[in-house]
Design a protein around this ligand. Structure first.
Ligand code: HEM
Length: 364
């Protein structure tokens, strides 16, 4: 295999892996803020416990997100030096802010986790705001870089930040991210309910996740329509691409969006019915696959350009040899990180269950 293909595989793999953690890292802070906010406002310990437990999982996810995000930033210079030579003037600033926003999120998350017993409830809840904003900004800056690659204008910071593709892409990516995170937590909760957990704690958790998911699935439909309008104007070739692969990604994404809207509506009518739990579980899987497919659609659809109309992807790649070894090492690294993360999360949540925690805290 030549260096060009290997570099594309490695970049695709890194982005595909990162997207899973980035989606959760951007989206879950909103659910933390909602759960703890309701808990403080209604003085309901179940919601506070939901936020507490979700924040522990989030800490593990964010630590992997920071690793893979940093790998992306560094591997751009290594694998795509010609791309960085051309685009570096424009994207270095958003790339810097992207990395900085990570650290803001991680820093406040650490304080959040360690200050449950030291801060008054309202003050503690206020800490969700920098976590939420930091997470949101990582998504915004990451998307701005990608939007610039779709519609490059000038290279002043203003022109880069407010490039033509930015509004529709940021709108669609953020709504997709919040929708997917809400459905991830809904799917996990639905799975636990299916396995016989029936404490009101789970039902409250499911309710806020599905209602948040419903809200963002509607926003997502609107933002998706905006993306279609954008493509008609700026990238008509992508929309009319009739290859089976592109059509599959596109219609899978739209189908999943519609499925989730209908599903959330059904939840409002049928609440915690068993058959609905399996459908919610499927909704979580479809949402994450749509995140992946949406990004692949955007990236593959721009080919052969890495910067639309300015730089061919092939011209941006490194001339260094040995990419196959790096690819091999990164496959092992991602496998290792994915396994460690899954095992840690499973152990963290199954060894210390909500029931045990409620008993310890004297919550009925
Ligand atoms: C409801 C119907 C939906 C429509 C009409 C729609 C439409 C689109 C379009 C046209 C693009 C390409 C934009 C571009 O390349 O500039 C796109 C990309 C994308 N979509 Fe969707 N989409 C929908 C649902 C979803 C869902 C449910 C998710 C995930 C939960 C999702 C996630 C993404 C992502 C991550 C991208 C790549 C970023 C971007 O280009 O904005 N989409 N979508």
């Amino acid at each position: 295999m030549d260096t060009f293909l290997l570099s594309r595989i490695l970049t695709g793999l890194t982005l595909g892996f990162h997207i899973i953690f980035a989606t959760i890292g951007v989206g879950i802070p909103l659910l933390l803020a909602i759960a703890e906010g309701i808990g403080v406002w209604r003085k309901d310990p179940h919601y506070i416990l939901l936020a507490k437990r979700w924040s522990r999982g989030l800490a593990i996810i964010v630590s992997i997100e920071v690793i893979t995000g940093t790998i992306i930033s560094l591997s751009l210079s290594f694998l795509w030096p010609n791309f960085m030579r051309v685009a570096g003037h424009a994207i270095s600033l958003p790339l810097f802010w992207y990395t900085f926003a990570f650290f803001v999120e991680a820093f406040f998350l650490a304080i959040y986790i360690y200050s449950w017993d030291y801060l008054k409830p309202t003050r503690h809840w206020l800490l969700t705001l920098p976590i939420l904003i930091g997470g949101c900004l990582t998504g915004v800056f990451f998307t701005i870089i990608n939007a610039f690659m779709n519609t490059p204008g000038g290279i002043t910071p203003w022109e880069v930040l407010f490039n033509d593709a930015m509004p529709s892409m940021v709108f669609h990516v953020l709504s997709s991210t919040y929708l997917s995170s809400a459905f991830l937590l809904a799917a996990i909760t639905a799975y636990l309910i299916l396995r016989g957990k029936n404490h009101t704690y789970y039902k409250k958790g499911l309710r806020i996740c599905v209602i948040t998911g419903l809200f963002f699935s509607i926003i997502n439909g609107i933002s998706g329509a905006k993306s279609v309008q954008f493509m008609e104007q700026f990238q008509p070739g992508k929309l009319s691409d009739s290859s089976l692969l592109m059509q599959t990604f596109y219609y899978f994404m739209i189908g999943s969006g519609i499925y989730i809207i209908i599903l959330s509506g059904l939840y409002l009518i049928f609440k915690n019915k068993k058959w609905l739990m399996s459908l919610i579980l499927l909704g979580g899987v479809l949402a994450f696959l749509s995140m992946e497919f949406g990004w692949i659609y955007t990236e593959v659809g721009r080919q052969p350009w890495v910067i639309q109309g300015n730089l061919l992807t092939e011209a941006g790649v490194t001339m260094a040899s040995g990419v196959e070894i790096i690819l091999f090492l990164f496959v092992i690294l991602y496998f290792f990180l994915g396994s460690i993360c899954s095992v840690t999360l499973i152990r963290l949540f199954s060894r210390y269950t909500p029931e045990q925690e409620m008993e310890q805290l004297g919550i009925s």
